[in-house]
Design a protein. Sequence first.
Length: 203
Amino acid sequence: MSGMTPGLRYLPGYLDPTAQQAMLAELRARVAEAPLFTPVMPRTGKPFSVRMTNLGPLGWVSDRAGYRYQPTHPDTGRPWPPIPEMVLNIWRKVSGYPHDPEACLVNFYGQSAKMGPHRDTDEEDFAAPVVSISLGDSAIFRIGGPERGGKTQSLKLSSGDVLVMGGQSRLSYHGIDRVLPGTSTLLKDGGRINLTLRRVTRP
Ligand code: SIN
Ligand code: FE2
């Protein structure tokens, strides 16, 4: 794809429908132990439109106190469930990074959820990419450069697509403009799941 931010790798249809179903089944079992919660913005307490949970030794949370990684679920107080092996295997194949990720953020988007432009900067090590896996309804993903308000490009992320944000794109502004309802039958009630895998600490 031309004009793409350097370091951004788009792998459409990386997971076939059978693999998507298998991943969904693994996620359901883990999300049952670590339920989706509604994060709120630091200071203002304004709720996000996405619901989220995490898998792995560290999970990303946002509340009035700020953004951070922590080892436990904010509501249950229990450790996050482990990242499924089939999810780790995708990171091992596509990340080009020699250590496993520590965080798998699970974002659930209902039909009207979006995610405003932001950069992922709460990690210690930006040498590792962010690897994103999409399941369910397609969504319009937008990515710009290192500064807010710069030129952007959009990409439609569909069920089974993998996106690797490495190199310069690792610190680019990005977000989700909107979900395209009715574009997938994977989730019975519609909506979209996005997993983002991240290395948090420096090995
Ligand atoms: C994110 O930036 O955390 C999520 C991106 C996506 O939902 O595709
Ligand atoms: Fe992000």
